[in-house]
Design a protein around this ligand. Structure first.
Ligand code: NAP
Length: 546
């Protein structure tokens, strides 16, 4: 298939538009896209709901929020000056430091002058006559821009449980993903945390230290493994800095862009003693090593997965003093690593504290929230504070919140009703000139590595168009079908796709998200990038240009 360049069919002069490009979101994706689009000389406006930059790291300011990727593997790699200037203080830095880093990026590259804060995008309609996006804001303002880049995150639409009475509660309450800037003081308070995903785990281990009493309401437990965080002294930071080229090269080579590499051996290709020693080593090691650096068959071979699950279950039994509580904390409905593994620091030990109680919602479901606290099937609990660590309408949820319509007025939400379909995770047929960073079916993992790649790919495509005076590009339906088939092929045989989680499109709190869908690309990042590079090298075959 050959790209069609029909520059003479241009339908609008750029100058009549408000901007050349609108970028939605000023997290890492949006900031970097702005930086790269400026290089093309484009007039760019970034629209951001928050009052500051950082996206995920702006909103998720709950106590204990921190990286699960090694800090130095997470920061931007594109600027040597930035790498030279910034020291990470911990192997897994906390939210306040990460937010400071985001602010430094915004200041250093003078990004703020093109970011409009406190601005929510309510709708974005493709205006076919003008070949441009008509973007409407919460206050009614209407902007037109040739290109629209969504940098809206894949875990950024917080969801509350559908309990009755949430608004009746007379104490203080918050969702982890919408944490108040002034913080919440837990000292001397009776606190409830509902939800035990990665956010809940981080919050629980921290809040347990200061609350007078903490009750954790857990529905399905997750497999959590130790983070093994530690400070980075100056000399170590200098060594890390000297090794940045190798570190980022490694991230380019690993399956999910982490510094951890899947072990090429199969679980049963080593002796039992070797296996145990390997797992002990991984459990004692930092970060996602035990998840992303385990035997190659851990997530595809049921028996291999059962064995590693037993290994981690035993660790939980060793760490939690009350055997009944330990059993409550051990997942029975899914194997290790088939859902996102929360990283913890003395999480399990929190349940040994006298001020912490675990309530299993499988045995004692919450019936409603009351003025005083929580009513379960067994009793009434009184609280001063309730924390909802109940997760996000993931991957497509942040798109669903905006009324996005493409050619012929078709809604993106309708188009994706049976599950998202994209071309390389960046484009959707019928939604011309819309580009997604970290969209459905793009490579995930250690996200900034993928963000940098996606942003540069989008910059190159827009550059290709502007150089040739091409106004509009769209993905061909057959390209989308091809990518969708590839994504589905890559998902085959993976145990994680048999499990309910945000990674399989499930959110029981959101209407219509109760059926498992392939929302994630589960091939490797190097393979993803190679495919995208091929598209660019071919002169963007797979796209239509008009
Ligand atoms: P999550 O993993 O979706 O966990 C939500 C929790 O709330 C689950 O325990 C869920 O129980 C529970 N829940 C939801 N609705 C409920 C209801 N109606 N009744 C009872 N329980 C309910 O969300 P998350 O913890 O915010 O994490 C989401 C993702 O964000 C993570 O997987 C990770 O990718 C990312 N994250 C990253 C970091 C980091 O990198 N440092 C930190 C935090 C989060 P069920 O399991 O039974 O549904």
């Amino acid at each position: 298939m050959t790209a069609v360049h029909e520059a003479d069919t241009r339908i609008d002069e750029g100058a009549a538009l408000d901007f050349d490009a609108i970028v939605i979101g000023a997290g890492l994706s949006g900031m970097y896209q702005l930086y790269r689009l400026r290089e093309l000389g484009l007039r760019v406006r970034v629209l951001e709901t928050g009052t500051g930059v950082g996206g995920t790291w702006y909103w998720n300011r709950y106590p204990g929020a921190r990286f699960d990727s090694e800090s130095y593997s997470y920061g931007f790699s594109f600027s040597q000056e930035l790498l030279d200037e910034w020291d990470w203080s911990e192997h897994f830095s906390g939210q306040p430091e990460i937010e400071r880093y985001c602010n430094l990026v915004a200041d250093k590259f003078d990004l703020r002058r093109d970011i409009q804060f406190s601005t929510r995008v309510t709708s974005a309609h493709f205006d076919e006559d003008r070949g441009a996006w008509a973007v409407t804001l919460g206050d009614g303002t209407l902007y037109h821009a040739r290109f629209m880049v969504t940098a809206i995150g894949l875990l950024s639409a917080p969801t509350m449980p559908r309990f009755e009475g949430v608004e009746d509660f007379q104490g203080q309450w918050s969702h982890t993903g919408l944490w108040p800037k002034e913080g919440i003081d837990f000292a001397g308070k009776r606190v409830a945390v509902i939800g035990t995903g990665a956010s809940g785990v981080q919050a629980i281990q921290e809040i347990s230290k200061t609350a007078e009493h903490l009750t954790v309401f857990q529905r399905r437990p997750n497999w959590c493994t130790p983070l093994h965080n530690r400070p980075i002294p100056k000399e170590e930071m200098d060594e890390i800095r000297a090794g940045y080229p190798e570190l980022f090269k490694l991230c380019r080579e690993t399956a999910a862009c982490f510094i951890h590499t899947i072990d090429p051996r199969g679980t049963f290709e080593v002796t039992e003693e070797e296996r145990e020693a390997f797992w002990e080593d991984r459990y004692a090691g930092q970060g996602f090593g035990i998840w992303q650096g385990n035997f190659r068959d851990m997530l595809s071979d049921r028996e291999a997965n059962r064995l590693i699950s037993e290994f981690v279950a035993d660790k939980i039994r060793q760490r939690v003093k009350d055997p009944k509580v330990a059993e409550m904390l051990i997942p029975k409905d899914h194997g290790f690593g088939t859902r996102r593994v929360p990283q913890e620091t003395h999480y399990y030990e929190a349940y040994n504290r006298p001020n912490v109680k675990l309530v299993s919602m499988l045995e004692e479901p919450i019936e409603r929230i009351t003025e005083a606290g929580v009513q379960t099937s067994a009793q009434d609990y009184e609280f001063d504070v309730i924390i909802y660590a109940t997760g996000f309408d993931a991957v497509t949820g942040s798109f669903d919140r905006i009324d996005i319509r493409g050619t012929g007025g078709q809604r993106l939400k309708d188009k994706w009703a049976g599950g998202p379909k994209t071309f390389v995770g960046v484009m959707v047929d019928g939604f011309p000139n819309m580009f997604m960073i970290m969209g459905p079916h793009a490579a995930l993992g250690n996200n900034p590595r993928s963000i940098e790649f996606n942003v540069e790919w989008i910059r190159d495509l827009i550059g290709h168009m502007t150089e040739r005076n091409i106004n509009v590009t769209d993905a061909r339906p057959e390209s989308v079908a091809g990518w969708n088939a590839f994504v589905h092929e890559k998902a085959e045989g993976l145990l994680s796709n048999e499990i309910d989680s945000w990674m399989t499109g499930i959110n029981m709190n959101v209407e219509g998200k109760q059926t498992r869908t392939i929302v994630r690309y589960s091939g490797t990042a190097p393979e993803y990038r190679a495919k995208c590079d091929e598209v660019a090298k071919s002169g963007y075959q797979g796209l239509k240009f008009t």
